[in-house]
Design a protein around this ligand. Structure first.
Ligand code: TNX
Length: 509
């Protein structure tokens, strides 16, 4: 059966419905090299085994979990080798790095090789896309379960491919975050940035300052009940993300975007008066009191407790839209905050205004402008600061697609799928070369985003565009080819119940 061909009952056995065998050329993000072996297919059967042991075992169990749901097959995960799906941490070419993989499909076996479990996990995401879309069904459906033959060798362009979810403007429960993590993993996203505190809410328990969560987390935009994560909730998110090879980056935004904290503790305010909780969507009106020593005790406590919950290297300290903080105060404040983060063994991530202070060598600046020109960011990059790119007119998942989009904002313009895809992170910012770019992030602010279906509608399909920019080599960049591959993802999203936007720019399968 040639890749991309329709397989009907005649070819595949009685009782099965016609199923498209995806082509190796359909994969999103586009792999580095694809060599189809036309005429060869591997078939999953009730007796197929997954061979995985040692460090590959967890990825084997994860793959088995996905395949069992839709195929109904037993899919035992066993050591050794044979006919079936093998996940091997041996024999991979070192040039694929820590996140890359090689996938070989013959009539007898699917073999994924990688140097690290993270590479096997990435290879498994590719394998999912080589199976019919119905493999994503949460309940048993009929096959045939064919995989087109050939070889894929793959590794990411950028080490850091991130998505951000704002759980402050509207609180999103653990179950929503876990589902989003699974959706991100499918596109080889490897960081989840959680915006845990803003004017409208504080969403994580800090034991040394308990009112942050219990009072500061008690409402949200529009005045709903809000909510917060206990430390156990948060640890569950971190562990689940880890099982999907995703590192969580917690953000507590400061010195602005702090009304929820200021409302919770009067003593944090310069005038000792707690402002009321805030449920609107203005920005830039709050500031921590930079002259008070208690402010830095507070930050040290918060950073210490967050660092203890964070196995990853980064804590995000915000630093954006500090319009209520004097410029000199901002510099002194951000410099001190970076020291506090360093004293707890972490590196600071911050919105790109941090370059107006004195970034430590370990500090990463996250660009969120819209012009592609930021001389102060370029100058910092020249001095060694690494940059994470999330230009708002390209990568912001909360921007409306067009004038008719029922959700979202439009201050950075409308962001259709082509806008999200058609830019080059390695050459986007004047004076910032690709070697200074750590990666890309797709942020989803939630002033207008209330529930999971809203998140999915804004993220899909644009998240896949940003994920591809982060993973795929620049040489594969081609809007016409991308929109066709993207269209083939539609049935996968439908099978998973993902509420996606059917952009008219995409030929949906
Ligand atoms: C700007 S981008 C913000 C957020 C808003 C967002 C809405 C950035 C660093 N700050 O506070 O939620 O716009 O699109």
């Amino acid at each position: 059966t040639a890749a991309g061909a329709l397989v009907g009952p005649g070819a595949a056995g009685a009782g099965t419905t016609a199923t498209r065998v995806p082509s190796m050329r359909d994969v999103v993000p586009a792999p580095v090299t694809v060599q189809p072996a036309d005429g060869t297919t591997f078939r999953l059967t009730p007796g197929t085994k997954i061979f995985a042991s040692g460090g590959a075992r967890d990825v084997g169990d994860y793959l088995a979990g996905i395949l069992r749901r839709s195929t109904g097959y037993r899919m035992p995960v066993v050591p050794g080798a044979g006919r079936g799906i093998a996940l091997l941490l041996t024999g991979a070419d070192p040039s694929i790095g820590d996140q890359g993989y090689r996938l070989d499909v013959t009539a007898k076996a699917v073999v994924i090789r990688a140097q690290r479990p993270a590479g096997l996990f990435a290879g498994v995401q590719t394998l999912r896309q080589l199976l019919p879309a119905s493999v994503e069904s949460p309940t048993v459906v009929s096959g045939p379960w064919l995989v087109a033959g050939g070889r894929i060798v793959d590794r990411p362009r950028f080490a850091h491919r991130s998505a951000m979810l704002d759980v402050a403007r509207h609180f999103h429960p653990v179950s929503t975050v876990l589902r989003y993590i699974d959706e991100l993993a499918a596109y080889k996203v490897n960081y989840l940035h959680l915006h845990l505190a803003d004017d409208q809410g504080w969403r994580i328990v800090i034991d040394s300052w308990p009112r942050l969560a219990t009072y500061g987390g008690s409402t949200q935009v529009g005045g709903g009940p809000g909510g917060y994560y206990t430390k156990a909730d948060y640890a569950r998110i971190v562990a689940y993300a880890k099982s999907r090879y995703i590192t969580v980056v917690p953000e507590v935004d400061m010195p602005g975007h702090t009304n929820a904290a200021l409302a919770s503790y009067a003593e944090l305010n310069c005038d000792e008066l707690a402002p009321p909780l805030y449920t609107g969507i203005d920005v830039g009106f709050s500031s921590l009191c930079v002259d008070k020593e208690l402010t830095y005790t507070f930050i040290d406590d918060v950073v210490r407790e967050l660092a203890a919950l964070t196995p990853g290297p980064y804590l995000h300290v915000g630093g954006d839209e500090a319009h209520a903080t004097k410029p000199d105060d901002y510099v002194a404040f951000m410099d001190r905050v970076q020291q506090i983060v360093a004293s707890h063994g972490k590196s600071a991530l911050a919105w790109h205004q941090v370059v107006n202070a004195n970034p430590l060598p370990s500090t990463v600046a996250q660009y969120w402008g819209t012009t592609g020109s930021a001389p102060e960011v370029a100058a910092a990059a020249q001095r060694g600061t690494k940059v994470l790119l999330s230009p708002a007119n390209r990568a912001y998942l909360d921007m409306k697609y067009d004038a008719n989009t029922p959700l979202g904002l439009s201050w950075a313009g409308y962001v259709e799928v082509k806008d999200a895809y058609d830019w080059n992170p390695g050459a986007y910012l004047n004076g910032v070369s690709e070697s200074s770019v750590l990666g890309v992030e797709a942020p989803l602010w939630t002033e207008t985003i209330v529930k999971l279906a809203d998140i999915e509608y804004m993220a899909f399909p644009r998240l896949a565009a940003i994920a591809e920019l982060g993973w795929s080599p620049a040489s594969t960049h081609d809007w016409e080819a991308f929109r066709t591959r993207l269209g083939a993802q539609g049935p996968r999203w439908t099978a998973q119940g993902i509420n996606f936007y059917r952009s008219p720019q995409v030929p949906w399968a």
